[in-house]
Design a protein around this ligand. Structure first.
Ligand code: PLP
Length: 295
């Protein structure tokens, strides 16, 4: 059984019914050329994506990811994706992957080729990296200035904040800066001094028995993992809240986690080179929940 699956997708307009949805997918060898040189996704990062986990054959939270894909398309003025088509593509890829293990499944919807066929879409599933180390031992984090205020989304909608666009060069640059400073990851701070998110993760804090995360007011991506974990925490009797979190509260938290779809929950052990309380037991509990089949 292959451990990599790549499908080129002929995107259907939302709501279109077709008799043979499978005929809109073409499985290709990921090592072979598949995209045109004029692709706006590669030339300008002009497109959107989602990455979801496939755990032991189960695509985690596929609906939440597809709804966010639709929201990103709306923000970027891309044609609305047909969610049943994407669901069928995810199901086909998940069925083709080995029944055991963790995989990262990436969905891409690009603006396509200028003056050519548009949009372009594909799915690419590969084995997930081994995150057992950071899940068990946590990560050292530095705070970095994001360069805009927490209300930037409303003032400058062309920044496309809140959409998961392909333009991740700045996010990767922030991770390199974190490594240069001797850390593993970073938490972005808005220019007006509020906690935002990591370059590839959401941030949650615990003070006493209350879990909080920055309000998803548009400047950050609303994480599917954070949303799912908050649901779990509420169902198991714990308090959660969305609110503006001043940066000083990172220093007073009883625990801080970064959450994302494939790495899942990792606890923060140090913040700007100062040790912070780390809750290994709660992290294990969160990851046991996040690795169980979720819809
Ligand atoms: N924020 C950003 C900027 C991200 O890139 C990601 C995921 O890649 C997240 C938050 C977490 O989102 P999710 O939990 O849906 O993976």
């Amino acid at each position: 059984m292959p451990d990599t699956v790549t499908l080129l997708i002929e995107p259907l307009p939302a709501g279109e019914t077709v008799t043979d949805i499978e005929a809109t997918f073409r499985e290709v060898d990921a090592a072979e050329p598949a995209l045109r040189v004029g692709e706006l996704s590669t030339q300008r990062g002009d497109g959107i994506f989602e990455t979801l986990a496939v755990s032991d054959g189960h695509p985690q939270e596929a609906r939440a990811h597809l709804e966010r894909l639709r929201n990103s398309a709306r923000i970027c003025e891309l044609p609305e994706p047909d969610l049943p088509q994407w669901e069928a593509a995810i199901a086909r890829a998940a069925a083709a992957l080995p029944a055991h293990g963790e995989f990262a499944l990436k969905l891409v919807l690009s603006r396509g080729v200028e003056h050519g066929p548009a949009p372009t879409a594909w799915l690419h599933a590969t084995p997930a990296a081994d995150f057992s180390g950071p899940r068990e031992h946590g990560v050292r984090v530095v705070t970095l200035d994001r360069g805009y205020a927490r209300d930037a989304a409303g003032k400058a909608p062309w920044l496309l904040l809140g959409a998961k666009t392909l333009s991740y060069a700045t996010n990767m640059a922030a991770l390199r800066e974190a490594k240069r400073r001797g850390a593993d990851d970073t938490i972005f701070i808005s220019s007006d001094g509020y906690v935002m998110e990591g370059p590839t993760s959401s941030v949650i804090l615990r003070h006493d028995d209350v879990y909080s995360t920055p309000a998803p007011t548009g400047a950050i991506l609303h994480g599917t993992t954070q949303l799912s974990l908050f649901g779990y925490l509420e169902r198991t009797g714990r308090r959660t809240e969305y609110r503006d979190i001043p940066v000083a509260e990172l220093g007073s938290a009883d625990a801080i986690w970064l959450l994302s779809s494939v790495r899942l929950a990792v606890g923060v052990t140090a913040l700007d080179a100062t040790s912070v309380p780390y809750d290994a037991e709660a992290t294990r509990e969160f990851n046991a929940y996040l690795q169980s089949p979720r819809d």
